[in-house]
Design a protein around this ligand. Sequence first.
Ligand code: G3H
Ligand code: 13P
Ligand code: ZN
Length: 310
Amino acid sequence: MPLVTTKAMFEKSMKEHYAIGAFNVNNMEIIQGIIDAAKEEKSPVILQASSGAIKYARVNYLMKMVEAAVEEAPEIQVALHLDHGPDFETCKMCIDAGFTSVMIDGSKYDFEENIAITKQVVDYAHAHGVVVEAELGKLAGIEDDVNVAQEDAMYTDPEQAKEFVERTGCDSLAIAIGTSHGAYKFKGEAKLRFDILAKIKELIPNTPIVLHGASTVIPELVQMCNQYGADIPGAKGVPDEMLHEASKNGVSKINVDTDLRLAMTAQIRKVFAEDPSTFDPRKYLQPAREEIKKTVGHKIKEVFGSSNRV
Ligand code: G3H
Ligand code: 13P
Ligand code: ZN
């Protein structure tokens, strides 16, 4: 099966109340680990590349590696998505290169500007059979140190979300309900605004909703990194139970990058710590790829609920 858009995947996910994992890819081992897990779980999957990933791996390499992965996994649906497209030109470049989905991240702009740039991308993408994810609201990290009133202003406004989707024609919408990117998401207890998610789903029930900054920051992996020499204190993510609840209550796409970074780093650190004489990259990249597979498999099966949905 060739690369597909997320359209049919999301329709099924909304009907059957589960989420699809969107995993960030930067190199061959990450792509293989994700695809191996999705194949084993018979799950649809989204591979996503940020503009940083595209600069790092180069768009042509990414395309060819993803094409190879898809050829090896004809039994599952795979979409290739641009994560956090910063401008029209980057979205166009990815659409022209063969991506099946792009995100235009206009969340840094005001409402009207966000609508204008999103609409521009939607027009080009739809003319080329590609779907568009947009973002409304702001994902603050704990380092942003905002007060309660400022925090409230960052969450996605449900009424605005409705107007935004109607005026842009975007295919899915990333919302802000308390998650943030990276390994430090919460100072105290993890908290997500499920009330805002419910209101958004009530107003735009047919729009697939996307959750960014949704890594669990898996404690065992952080611990393993630290045990073998890392310095990642006080890291905290979104607990599996909350992601499971989100998956059952209208979130169709869950973005994960940080957990894959931790998985890879933990295994590489372990190999180096246990055998400082190692310098064959396969000796540390193979366990890293295995840990990616294990991490993705766990999320698909135990958290997002997308196993056996192809
Ligand atoms: O949301 C951002 C993703 O984690 C990608 O990060 O821009 O460093 O590739 P990156
Ligand atoms: P995490 O940093 O929580 O993995 O979020 C990744 C993400 O949102 C990519 O767009
Ligand atoms: Zn993101």
